[in-house]
Design a protein around this ligand. Structure first.
Ligand SMILES: [Zn+2]
Length: 139
């Protein structure tokens, strides 16, 4: 088993779509389907739940970059509309498809490094007493 202190950085593991602990095993078993466990170090990937975060970041980043480049191109060169359709839509689609896997892998690696999980109540209120409105069996 690989020690976490010698493992890859989350960015390195993400960009290569590799296991966040060892950096060698593949993270995916399909295009965006996360494998059940690393085939090298047996790290179970059941903690990985980036939800729609990767899609949001990819659509936002690629959208801003492509639309900014398109706006500069339109102002500077005034291309015909058909040329804009032929270039901008494939650029948006291709940019999103090219970056979605590494961004999702990076977010999964960040979840692993930061031990992210579902939110939980860590405090029951001041001095160990639960707030009056908080009703729980056994208190
Ligand atoms: Zn691994």
């Amino acid at each position: 088993m690989t020690d976490i202190s010698t493992g890859p950085t989350s960015l390195s593991a993400g960009l290569r779509c590799r296991c966040p602990r060892c950096g060698q095993g593949g993270l995916y078993s399909g295009f965006l389907k996360i494998a059940e466990a690393c085939e090298v170090c047996d790290l179970a990937f059941d903690f990985a739940e980036p939800a729609d975060g990767p899609a949001f970041f990819v659509m936002t980043g690629v959208g801003i970059a492509v639309i900014a480049a398109w706006a500069v191109w339109v102002v500077a060169a005034q291309p015909p509309v058909w040329a804009q359709f032929v270039t901008v839509f494939p650029a948006l689609l291709g940019g999103c498809l090219a970056t979605l896997r590494p961004v999702k892998a990076w977010l999964v690696a960040e979840q692993y490094v930061r031990k992210a999980g579902e939110a939980q109540w860590l405090s029951t209120g001041a001095h160990g007493k639960a707030p009056a409105s908080y009703k729980r069996k056994g208190w």
